[in-house]
Design a protein around this ligand. Structure first.
Ligand code: M6P
Ligand code: ZN
Length: 186
């Protein structure tokens, strides 16, 4: 019996490959609620890709005790003065935590607690981010090239997008004089 086997997935040349890999992309038309400047949003081509996610789901979503793995690639760009970013979410099971590890590019991880306080951590190749439970998280690309990072989260965490699409984060990440600033929404 040959008890040496190949891994189920690989991540070579920045690409996740293997069975059970789910790929999604989010275009401007998929993100009507998240950007602050609605006029600038309306002016962008609806098919513009903002980010892509490749995820490995070795167990069914909702399974207790499993782990998911994903790579997110955020394209460079802005909507008005706000950087291209992910939808952002709380976990449906609020106490579930997550890790993000930056691979390429530069960006920011926005974190918001349940009291509505928002802050940001710088992302750069090699930066590792522990996202505790009860914390909404969103990533933004503040550079001129793709921002990519890996993520590891519990398979029963789930995504609560509704809270963010209704209330947003209390601060937005904007490009001012060529640099990122985290400012209150007006
Ligand atoms: C990371 C993980 C995923 C998430 C993705 C995009 O890879 O946190 O669970 O889906 O980023 O973020 P969002 O779902 O907020 O668009
Ligand atoms: Zn998450």
């Amino acid at each position: 019996m040959n008890n040496i086997v190949d891994p189920a997935i690989t991540f070579i040349n920045d690409q996740l490959k293997g069975a059970l890999i789910d790929r999604i992309n989010r275009k401007i038309k998929d993100l009507p609620d998240i950007f602050y400047d609605k006029k600038a949003f309306e002016e962008l081509p609806v098919e513009t890709i903002v980010y892509e996610v490749a995820s490995y789901f070795p167990v069914a979503e909702g399974t207790e005790g499993g782990l998911f793995y994903g790579i997110t690639y955020i394209h460079p760009g802005t909507v008005g003065e706000e950087y291209f970013m992910t939808k952002g979410h709380f976990h449906k099971i609020r106490n579930r935590a997550e890790y993000y590890c930056t691979l390429h590019g530069e960006g920011m991880l926005l974190l918001m607690n349940e009291q509505g306080e928002t802050w940001a951590e710088r992302m750069f190749p090699g930066s590792i981010h522990f996202i505790p439970g009860h914390m909404a998280h969103r990533t933004a690309n503040t550079g001129d090239s793709i921002l990519s990072f890996s993520a590891f989260w519990p398979s029963d965490a789930g995504h609560d997008y509704d809270t963010i699409s209704k209330q947003g984060f209390s601060k937005i990440l904007v490009k001012r004089n060529g640099h990122p600033e985290l400012v209150n929404r007006r």
